[in-house]
Design a protein around this ligand. Sequence first.
Ligand code: NAP
Length: 318
Amino acid sequence: MSKTALITGITGQDGAYLSQFLLGKGYRVIGLVRSYLNPRLEGLAYLGIDKDVELEYCDLQDHSQIINLVARLKPDEIYNLAAQSSVSTSFAQPISTIHFNIISVLYLLEAIKLVNPKIRFYQASSSEMYGKPASLPILENSVLHPLSPYGISKASAHWIAINYREVHNLFTSCGILFNHESFLRSENFFVKKVLRQSIEIKKGLRDCLEVGNIDIRRDFGYAKEYVKAMWLMLQQDTPDDYIICSGKSISLREIIEHIFSRLGIPLEKLVVKKELFRPTEIMDNYGDNSRARTRLNWEYSLSFFDVLDILLDEELRN
Ligand code: NAP
């Protein structure tokens, strides 16, 4: 009998790629959307799976609705991807980011505990929890030192998921994902913004690319490959937490230079603006994905320059 997966945040980048992957595995995929009126279904439509996933309206801040839905839909696995996911937005909206990103996790775990403690739960944790790393590479047990409201919310949610595993014996696994990109990434994220605006410069629709601090380095990967690790985590005999990353960092400057060079744009079109620098900034981070490789058999070998080429070609085609 096929398994049922319930996905929160199905309208986001990871929700769409994870749905595609799970449908390929024969799952019944049910996505929770926050409104029936105008759910953002472009990502699912782009992947050609908008007719294959079932949608349910759910306010993830309404505990009784979550309990009723979990009881009615009887999922085998819940993938919790819904979150206010932007670090920059979290500085503008610290209270709602922290409130939603934490309370929704608590409500989901309480619903599992009350309705069926056998349901397996995936929590979308983030490298932003480590913030200012004491040493590199970052490992699963590195000290958490978040530098943004987003990082704080993810660190709290992460510990809540671990607590329900340790105290209530639930199968909760946290995927600690580092930045991962795709065609479906929202426009307010760096790589997508650079790709879109560089193409506009190439077409003469924009004069220059305005950026903040581009000497920071990050560990970037490809979303389509990272969602496979989410599924693998819930197929293990025991729950655990796993860092999912490429293992290497690349500077934002190198990303821009690669895209400019592929499009034949001169570097004079790059404008660094101090007012776009973030209030707190992590200069470098990269992780160690050994646990995921050895225990999950998760494989990842793409360099981010390979990923940029895939994304640029896809962006140009669309
Ligand atoms: P995304 O594209 O920004 O999608 C976020 C999803 O959360 C959307 O479906 C959005 O729904 C939903 N959401 C946001 N606020 C909500 C609210 N108040 N109520 C209900 N739903 C809400 O994010 P993503 O890149 O797919 O990331 C998936 C998860 O992984 C997130 O939890 C993110 O924090 C985490 N993560 C991402 C990365 C990364 O590099 N992408 C790295 C580490 C961790 P709407 O469409 O209705 O807005």
